[in-house]
Write a protein that binds this ligand. Structure first.
Ligand SMILES: *Cc1c(COP(=O)(O)O)cnc(C)c1O
Length: 393
């Protein structure tokens, strides 16, 4: 293969750009199972994740899996025979979690999904009120749905569960929002946070994790459904081999330890502020592009637009996949395609993780170049609007 000069811009909403510090930390020989250095790394990650999800008294369990594995472990541990979960419709990701839950033989109650809008907390309250037999053991909510690029109001969802007077656990998928959008497990009354390492955590894919509080641990302990690999109880061990139900993904763990170090070195508040600023710049560009009527925000509510990813719909007759190929192959900007109902109807810009203003401007300019090549009409001052936004700070 011929070498491509310079760096290639990765603007998918996961996997995201991996910082050199993380790559370097991974570049080493594996250790034997008893080496205390491995135990120290695992402990450092557990402490770091607890700090990141902002929970004092919670257990962390990690899996050599992707986010789907982390979904599976929540179902297996929390949902017993005859029980159900409520999954509010946020888009493709809530629906995928629901289908997986049903695939594991559990019953799912859904609230309707309105394309381009966040979850309506009233729907959640009504669905819980209707559950008079208390069969719903948990609400599985996606914080930021990476397909629709909407971020849901977790405080409002918590309030809806409380208003219904329902004892269901509040389980939140933070795969796409952690270390990008504000999140605080304890303060928001969340019982389980579900994450993965390849998005805001700036690491190569391959590690899923959950943070569970005492209430969730008690529900899991009462659940009689058979389970083994995904069982939380089995992983309450001191020895690294047992914690992972087998050999831990060591080199990935070294990378994640380094990534957490980078996040805390920058400071969580600054990480959150950086994502807010960069997403404002992206949104300013898209707002300008939309003036010609060929592209538009998928998320109709500006306040619900994600700081991690933005889904841009295209007018019928425009092929977003062809534009993506031009962006990637000719301009070295890799962006994502539409998912679920948006397949072939949208493209998505990932703007989370190890990114700075120059990278965001390069990404936006690369997309403008690709749209120009493809003859897609767009308001021409998009990059300029992003520059002005970044200049304002
Ligand atoms: C990426 C993502 C997942 C799935 O993660 P995989 O690692 O691809 O299995 C789940 N939920 C959300 C919100 C995501 O963005």
């Amino acid at each position: 293969m011929t070498r491509i000069p310079g760096i290639r811009f990765l603007h998918s909403p996961g996997p995201t750009h991996v910082p050199p510090e993380v790559l370097n930390a991974m570049h080493r020989q594996p250790l034997d199972h008893g080496d205390p250095r491995l135990g120290e790394t695992i402990e450092a990650i557990e402490t770091g994740l607890r700090r990141l999800v902002q929970a004092k008294d919670c257990e962390i369990f990690m899996f050599a899996s992707n986010g789907h594995g982390a979904w599976e472990t929540t179902v297996e541990n929390l949902v017993g025979p005859g029980q159900a979960v409520l999954i509010p419709g946020t888009g493709h990701f809530s629906e995928s979690w629901a289908v997986q839950t049903e695939g594991l033989g559990r019953r799912v109650v859904r609230t309707p999904f309105r394309e381009g809008y966040p979850v309506d907390p009233n729907d959640v309250e009504a669905a819980l009120r209707a559950d008079t037999k208390r069969e719903i053991v948990a609400v599985f909510a996606v914080h930021t749905d990476t397909a629709s690029s909407t971020t849901n109001d977790l405080a409002a969802l918590r309030a809806a569960i409380d208003a219904a007077g329902h004892p269901a656990l509040f389980v939140v998928d933070v795969v796409a929002s952690l270390a990008a959008a504000p999140f605080a497990m304890d303060a928001l009354g969340i019982d389980v946070a579900v994450g993965a390492c390849q998005k805001g955590l700036m690491s190569p894919p391959g590690l899923g994790f959950v943070a569970i509080n005492r209430r969730a641990a008690e529900v899991a302990a009462r659940n009689s459904a058979p389970r083994f690999y995904w069982d939380w109880k089995r992983r309450q061990a001191a020895y690294s081999y047992n914690k992972f139900c087998g050999t831990p993904p060591q080199n990935l763990l070294f990378g994640i330890e380094a990534a957490l170090g980078l996040l805390f070195q920058e400071g969580l508040d600054r990480v959150i502020a950086r994502h807010a600023l960069l997403s404002r710049a992206v949104h300013a560009a898209i707002e300008c592009w939309s003036r010609e009527g060929a592209v538009a925000f998928h998320c109709r509510i500006p306040a619900a637009r994600s700081v991690s990813v933005t889904t841009v719909e295209v007018r019928s007759g425009i092929d977003p996949e062809a534009m993506r190929i031009v962006a990637r192959e000719r301009f070295q900007v890799a962006i994502a395609g539409g998912l679920g109902p948006q397949t072939g109807r949208a493209f998505r810009i990932g703007h989370l993780g190890d990114l700075n203003p120059a990278m965001i401007l390069g990404c936006l300019a690369g997309i403008e170049a690709a749209m120009t090549v493809q003859g897609i009409p767009f308001g021409r001052d998009g990059v300029q609007k992003a520059v002005e936004c970044l200049a304002r700070g």
